[in-house]
Design a protein around this ligand. Structure first.
Ligand SMILES: *Cc1c(COP(=O)(O)O)cnc(C)c1O
Length: 452
């Protein structure tokens, strides 16, 4: 098979500012060894997140010029609504400025003390919004999803056996909804199978519990189903995506992911009553229902991005570029989560920096090393992000110590990715020389939001 090339040409470029290792050592120290405090101009390859960092197409930029900025009833809203309906098949489409705004509205309405929200894995802002309402979030990812080195096709699946048990324990009346996150961001960007969505939906229906999809990466998930699930190989990605949504009663979305936009989100609902209540909250938090915290031009960019993201040559390149980096690292002996997820490569920092104990944050030490050696910015997803303290102030570590390299959509080329692999492999060869870190000062915030 020939090289899978980037399915685009480049019309507009942004410079990368090069700096030396000596300069980066100083920058890192000044940032208190926290990559979030580094200026982006000081970063060579920025893999902090795939959220809002997408490169828009010439069509999307042209769409921006066509944006109609009318306060009410803008044609840009109708284009946006049609694009979302075309995929989700849901009647009520509520624009928000980003995913967490949709979550805030949704959980303000259906959350509250004594309620439980069950998920494969709740994303951190989703969990925080649930907990802020007084409710509790429960993650029930399948067993395969808990082992980074064990390959399996759908490691984002929900454990349906435990789901039934938990519904019995907590009582269906105390569970306002079950939420499937596709792909499972906090669980390594791993996909959920159609079979699993169907089974979860069946269980929900039996207990009259609504099923919602956190659909930030719906296109990546649909493409994985096409590649890996029996019976879907010949189907179009758009049809696979549509089928996923047929099992759901609603969806929350961050357009900063699979709408290939830089800002935006939505709440999609089938219930008229819930939509009316959501719009009331929207007006006091986001804006009028036909723009909801977005400019008309953003609505245009999202509508076009939703069409482009289901293009199969785009998805082939997208998924392959993550797999390519994963394979390169795995072949060099670097401990990496397998198989590759949809939007990011995850390194197992506990294995990588075995000599650093978890209370000295091996993941964060690795992020610092990647920046210092190669100007690469990654994010720790381990005890720094998820760790808690017991009564004595001792760290309760996270289950996994991962470092995430999230790949922005359509931004970096293969040579950028080759460079990233070279830097990681070099850090791996010299891994013994890196030291752990201690926290000297931290803000008091939600436990779930250390790095947001
Ligand atoms: C990014 C993300 C969100 C939150 O969306 P924002 O646009 O960042 O507010 C929610 N769920 C998942 C799975 C995400 O990846």
């Amino acid at each position: 098979m020939k090289t899978i090339i980037e399915p685009f040409r480049i019309k507009s470029v942004e410079p990368i500012y090069f700096n030396t290792k000596e300069e980066r050592t100083k920058i890192l120290k000044k940032a208190h060894y926290n990559p979030f405090l580094i200026d982006s101009n000081d970063v060579l390859i920025d893999l902090l997140t795939d959220s809002g960092t997408n490169a828009m197409s010439s069509r999307q930029w042209a769409g921006m010029m066509n944006g109609d900025e009318s306060y009410a009833g803008s044609p840009s809203y109708y284009r946006f609504k049609d694009a979302v309906q075309n995929i989700t098949g849901m009647e009520f489409i509520i624009p928000t400025h980003q995913g967490r705004a949709s979550e805030k509205i949704l959980f303000s309405l259906v959350g509250g003390k004594g309620k439980y929200f069950i998920s494969n894995t709740l994303f951190d802002t989703t969990r925080a919004n649930i907990e802020f309402s007084g409710a509790e979030g429960i993650d029930l990812v399948c067993e395969e999803g808990k082992h980074p080195a064990v390959p399996a096709p759908f490691k984002g699946n929900m454990d349906t056996v435990v789901l039934k048990k938990v519904i019995k324990e907590k009582g269906a009346e105390n569970i306002p909804m079950v939420i499937i996150t596709i792909t499972n961001n906090s669980g390594g960007g791993q996909p959920v199978s159609m079979k699993n969505i169907r089974e979860v939906s069946k269980i929900c229906k039996q207990h009259k519990i609504p099923l919602f999809i956190d659909c930030c990466r719906f296109a990546e998930n649909a493409y994985f189903i096409k590649l890996r699930e029996k019976g879907y190989g010949k189907k179009q990605v758009i049809d696979i995506a549509r089928e996923m949504f047929t099992y759901a009663d609603g969806a929350t979305m961050s357009a900063k992911k699979d709408a290939i936009a830089n800002i935006g989100g939505f709440l999609a609902l089938r219930s008229k009553l819930l939509a009316q209540e959501a719009r009331n909250l929207l007006i006091i938090t986001e804006g009028f229902p036909t723009y909801g915290g977005l400019a008309g031009r953003d609505l245009e960019a999202i509508a076009i991005g939703l069409e482009e993201v289901v293009d199969e040559s785009y998805l082939q390149y997208r998924i392959r570029s993550i797999e390519y980096l994963t394979e390169k690292l795995h072949n060099a002996g670097v401990p990496v989560m397998r198989p590759a997820g949809g939007h990011a490569v995850y390194l197992d920092a506990k294995e990588f920096l075995k000599h650093i104990p978890v209370d000295q944050y091996p993941g964060q030490a690795m992020c610092c090393a990647l920046y210092e050696e190669g100007g690469i910015r990654a994010v720790e997803i381990g005890s720094l992000m998820f760790g808690k303290y017991d009564e004595k102030g001792k760290l309760i570590p996270s289950k996994l110590e991962l470092v995430r390299l999230a790949i922005p959509r359509r931004v970096y080329t293969q040579s950028h990715i080759d460079y990233v692999a070279e830097v990681i492999i070099e850090v791996f060869k010299n891994r013994k020389k890196y030291k752990g870190l201690v926290i000297t000062e931290e803000a008091k915030l939600f436990d779930t939001l250390r790095q947001n």
